[in-house]
Ligand binder design. Structure first.
Ligand code: NDP
Ligand code: CU
Length: 482
């Protein structure tokens, strides 16, 4: 069987680093799991507990003592206790002097206390070197070995030596330490496990809103309108026809919204004549979640593909085809073959296939494992050039589908145009503005601005960059160009 600890050991580790005696305060779930992992990885473990005799279910091979006794056995003490119970540390300040205290605690709410738990511990035991670590690893993951998704351990602390010793222990457990700097970073580290998909919230809410809007729009046009005017019951369209309209529309609008902030940012930079100005908050946030927007759009495009593939087996479609054929046979009259319709239909399908293929390619290259393997230029090429090509193909796919139908007055129902017309507004706007921006005269100015040139170089002072600005652009892996 594979050794649970050794599969990720760094090459530089020496055997002496492995044989550390670690003290763990608290014999609860986390203390037990971490102790077991440490024992498996060759460390000696001494537990500190309120009731050493009562402690059960502890990993065999570990010693259990009272808190003050256990503290004397090691100079690294992992505090696997909830913050509410830290008071007893006041009585241990002497014995903990000069020791490394590792705070693993989490809270129930973001920013629950004015200071981080680690800083609070440091205030209680001023003589100790407090290091924050391990809070992003769950007891369950430690026990089950299911650490693939969360091998990273954020570490921070004011004493560099103490921090490095903790990072060495983290490595011996087969985990990857990430140095987050001084102890002030503890608050951010403690908030991290409490976040619920922060970057996904906006894309998911937006797509839900778009879906709901277009769903009701289509219901009014395709179900209520025929019922009112022709007494036709089209409610069966709720199952496939309408979703297969809502999903591609949502996908196309979301894909356009991936590229819209980049276009807005370019216009802002041109207008201000400098890149050294902050973008407004909303634009900043929008740019940071472009990758998630793109992936949600890809999900909807996927649904559209599946819904389209089942069209030939639908009862309604088979009935209509049979009916048309029978009617033509009875009337002894057939439809002449229309070359233009054949062209339209084939181009529509072909544009859809190519658009979806490039869409998939964009999605795949935005995955960290793939994007880490390409250089910045290759990445920009895929995300920007291929991205715009995808948007163009998908927009053309929709335009060809509608053809002239979109513009005939009979397409209006209660003055409402086809939902596809609305869907085309965002992508067409992005493509037209982008087309203007890549005109040589404008593109030249924009490139100069991005290289640091300023229109009013004397008056404009550089402001601090934001996360989404140039320095961190690489983080945003769906669309990289602004
Ligand atoms: N469970 C998890 O998956 C994770 C937990 N953590 C953090 O690890 C710490 C421990 O969590 P967990 O093991 O789940 O919690 P538990 O409630 O299971 O264990 C807490 C331990 O704290 C000790 N303790 C000390 N003083 C007191 C007191 N006054 N009242 C109650 N218990 C006391 C107890 O050990 P004894 O009886 O031996 O004194 C107790 O077993 C927490 O800060 C938590 O946020 C972090 C990441 C993941
Ligand atoms: Cu389509």
């Amino acid at each position: 069987m594979e050794n649970p600890c050794m599969n990720a050991l760094p090459l530089t580790m020496t055997s002496s680093q492995k044989q550390v005696t670690v003290c763990i305060f608290g014999t609860g779930d986390f203390g037990r799991s971490l102790g077991l992992k440490m024992l498996q990885c060759g460390h000696a473990v001494v537990y500190g507990s309120r009731n050493p005799q009562m402690s059960s279910l502890l990993p065999s091979g570990a010693e259990v003592l009272s808190y003050p006794e256990a503290a004397q056995k090691s100079d690294i003490i992992i505090v696997a206790i909830h913050r509410d119970h830290y008071n007893f540390f006041i009585d241990l300040t002497e014995v903990l002097n000069g020791k490394i205290l590792v705070d693993v605690s989490n809270n129930l709410k973001i920013n629950q206390y004015p200071e981080s738990n680690a800083e609070y511990l440091a205030q209680l035991v001023p003589g100790a070197h407090v290091v924050k670590a391990f809070n992003t690893i769950s007891a369950w993951a430690l026990q089950s070995g299911a650490l693939d998704a969360s091998r990273q351990v954020f570490v921070c602390g004011n004493d560099t030596n103490a921090k490095h010793r903790v990072m060495d222990i983290v490595r011996t457990l087969g985990l990857t330490p990430l140095d987050r700097g001084a102890l002030v970073a503890a608050k951010e580290i403690e908030n991290y496990p409490l976040q619920l998909f922060p970057m996904w919230r906006f894309p998911l809410c937006l797509s839900a809103m778009l879906c709901i809007f277009f769903f009701f729009y289509c219901v009014i046009r395709d179900i209520i309108y025929p019922y009112v005017y022709k007494k036709e019951d089209n409610t069966f369209r709720l199952a496939i026809s309408i979703p297969n309209r809502v999903f591609p529309i949502t996908a196309l609008v979301l894909l356009a919204l991936v590229y819209l902030p980049g276009v807005i940012a370019a216009i802002l930079q041109l207008y201000r004549g400098t890149k050294y100005f902050r973008f407004p908050d909303w634009l900043d946030h929008w740019m940071l979640c472009r990758k998630q927007l793109g992936l949600v759009a890809l999900g909807f495009a996927f649904l559209h593909v599946i819904y389209t593939l089942v069209i030939p087996i639908r009862y309604y479609v088979r009935w209509r085809l049979r009916n048309i054929t029978v009617t033509q046979a009875i009337n002894k009259k057939d439809d002449p073959f229309s070359i233009s319709l054949a062209w339209l239909s084939d181009s529509y399908v072909s544009l859809g296939i190519l658009g979806f293929f490039l869409f998939l390619l964009l999605g795949i290259t935005s995955l960290p494992s793939v994007s880490n393997m390409v250089n910045w230029r290759e990445f920009r090429f895929v995300q920007s050039k291929l991205g715009y090509l995808t948007l163009t193909l998908c927009t053309a796919h929709t335009l060809v589908y509608g053809g002239k139908r979109f513009l005939t007055p009979s397409a209006l129902r209660w003055y409402l145009p086809s939902a596809y017309i609305l869907a085309l507004i965002a992508p067409c706007t992005v493509l037209v503005v982008k087309f203007i921006l890549i005109m040589p005269c404008i593109d030249k100015t924009l490139t100069r601005i991005r290289q640091g040139w300023e229109k009013n170089s004397k008056s404009s002072k550089p402001l601090l960059f934001r996360k989404s600005d140039v320095s961190n652009k690489a983080e945003c892996t769906w669309a990289s160009e602004i």
